[in-house]
Design a protein around this ligand. Structure first.
Ligand SMILES: CC(C)(COP(=O)(O)OP(=O)(O)OC[C@H]1O[C@@H](n2cnc3c(N)ncnc32)[C@H](O)[C@@H]1OP(=O)(O)O)[C@@H](O)C(=O)NCCC(=O)NCCS
Length: 294
């Protein structure tokens, strides 16, 4: 008779720590493990913009994460919710979410749910708000097109920050000065002005496999295309990504012609109340800074 052997499977002792103290290289290993494209600098951007917790195992490896990004006393977004594949479906995701909601609350929350996470968030009381389209691909050189009537286009400058924050706040529903300062410095931007007043902007920075365009804020599709086009042109032949809630219409068609196909769809969800309300008849968010930041 063969000797009896024993094996204990799926027994993990985890503890939560402040994510600020975790080596971004460890967090990078965690996100690579679920096939997310974030690089170490992308994690650094997120760590600078928000707060969060990591779950670490007995030997100090990061095996889970969850972050929140406070935009006002009453509202935060949640993102970077990850559990390592060997842990999944054992309750760690729910535990991390419970910890984050307790640490960040009481306030309302918004997030963009992957298909894998949708059920988890639903069971925590989050409700569906909108669909988010993750579009990406090898950018194609855009066709020439005249600027919209009365508009001029130029590169964004550091001195534009205050104007961008005001415009962005009307579209997003809350001011994001520190985030926009960081993103403006991290890459390239374009602004569209009429009579000297900035009415649309788009920022682009390195992210994941290439570059990402976002935030992009404009009052109409024509203005959104005008500030987006220089970024597609600059990145032609290379990987470009843009996350948008525009399902169809001229802007979505422009993205399709630019080589940015829909790679994935996510569900924008809220807990507590709806997302901050954009100004009525004001500018609209055409591209997110990122899925976690919005
Ligand atoms: C989403 C994720 C964090 C869930 O973590 P987890 O440790 O598996 O979560 P839990 O074990 O606590 O499960 C939570 C719920 O989701 C369900 N679930 C877990 N994995 C699932 C899957 N692949 N498909 C469908 N449901 C799933 C569980 O059954 C559970 O439902 P229940 O509460 O009704 O029983 C994890 O799968 C993950 O890291 N995925 C990749 C990254 C990602 O998509 N993150 C979400 C960003 S919005």
């Amino acid at each position: 008779m063969p000797p009896i052997r024993t094996l204990v499977l799926d027994s993990f002792l985890l503890r939560t720590v402040d994510i600020a103290g975790v080596d971004p290289k460890q967090l990078h290993a965690l996100s690579v493990g679920v096939r997310w494209p974030h690089r170490v600098p992308d994690w650094r951007t997120l760590l600078a913009a928000g707060r969060g917790i990591a779950a670490v195992d007995e030997i100090g490896r990061a095996v889970g994460s969850a972050m929140w990004f406070p935009y006002s006393d009453g509202f935060a977004t949640i993102g970077m919710v990850i559990t390592s594949p060997r842990l999944q479906a054992h309750g760690a995701g729910r535990w991390l979410m419970d910890e984050v909601l307790a640490a960040a609350g009481p306030r309302a929350f918004g997030l963009n749910a992957t298909r894998e996470a949708h059920r988890l968030y639903q069971s925590l009381g989050f409700v569906d708000e909108a669909t988010l389209y993750q579009r990406q691909g090898r950018a194609l050189p855009p066709e020439d097109a005249p600027l919209p009537p009365g508009a001029t286009l130029r590169a964004a400058e550091p001195a534009d920050l205050d104007a961008l924050v005001r415009l962005d706040a009307r579209a997003f529903g809350a001011p994001r000065p520190a985030l926009l300062a960081h993103l403006l410095a991290a890459g390239a931007g374009t602004v569209l002005a009429r009579a000297g007043r900035i009415e649309a902007y788009a920022l682009r920075r390195p992210f994941g496999r290439g570059q990402v365009v976002g935030p992009l804020v404009a009052a109409c599709d024509a203005d959104a295309i005008a500030v987006g086009r220089p970024h597609v042109e600059a990145q032609a032949g290379r990987f470009l990504r843009l996350d948008t809630r525009q399902a169809d219409g001229p802007f979505a068609a422009f993205l399709a012609r630019s080589g940015l196909a829909v790679f994935d769809t996510l569900t924008t969800m809220s807990l507590g109340r709806s997302w901050p309300a954009p100004a009525p008849d004001g500018p609209v968010s055409y591209a997110l800074a990122s899925q976690a930041l919005n």
